[in-house]
Ligand binder design. Structure first.
Ligand SMILES: *[C@@H]1O[C@H](CO)[C@@H](O)[C@H](O)[C@H]1NC(C)=O
Length: 131
């Protein structure tokens, strides 16, 4: 009986870990049709480097671990010769982290849903570009 209880507990933790969404999206909303360069990395993964065209975005959903120890750091570069840059922690623990690269900085919106959507509610500026 005890073993069954432990099994059910572990099983439900696993299920929960897999159904709750985790991911990052980085949207290019710079002006003058500018592209940006991006690269992200966690302890085990590298995303990019990739160039995101104006109006486009990069999106990745992934399985996060149960203990919420997963992090992604990202660096974005934009402007002439991609010389304005910013690096920041783009993902921590769980949920969806949507970043928008706009002319005056990088904005964040945390999304408590299963999928990214087009809303801009609760968006706020998190970082300036390094000039
Ligand atoms: C970011 O920009 C600064 C200032 O131009 C520069 O010194 C630094 O090397 C850049 N970092 C990266 C990773 O490109």
């Amino acid at each position: 009986m005890k073993i069954l209880t432990i099994f059910l507990l572990v099983f439900s933790l696993c299920m929960f870990g897999h159904v709750s969404s985790a991911g990052i999206r980085i949207v290019n909303e710079l002006k003058n049709k500018k592209s940006f360069w991006m690269r992200c990395y966690s302890k085990n993964d590298v995303l990019g480097p990739i160039i995101i065209l104006n109006g486009g975005h990069f999106t990745d959903y992934f399985f996060h671990n149960l203990f919420g120890t997963m992090h992604f750091m990202c660096i974005l570069k934009q402007g002439p010769e991609f010389k304005h840059n910013q690096s920041f922690r783009a993902f921590k623990k769980s949920r969806l982290w949507e970043w928008r690269a706009i002319q005056d900085g990088i904005y964040l919106r945390r999304i408590y849903k299963a999928r990214f959507d087009v809303s801009i509610e609760n968006i706020h500026k998190e970082h300036d570009w390094i000039l």
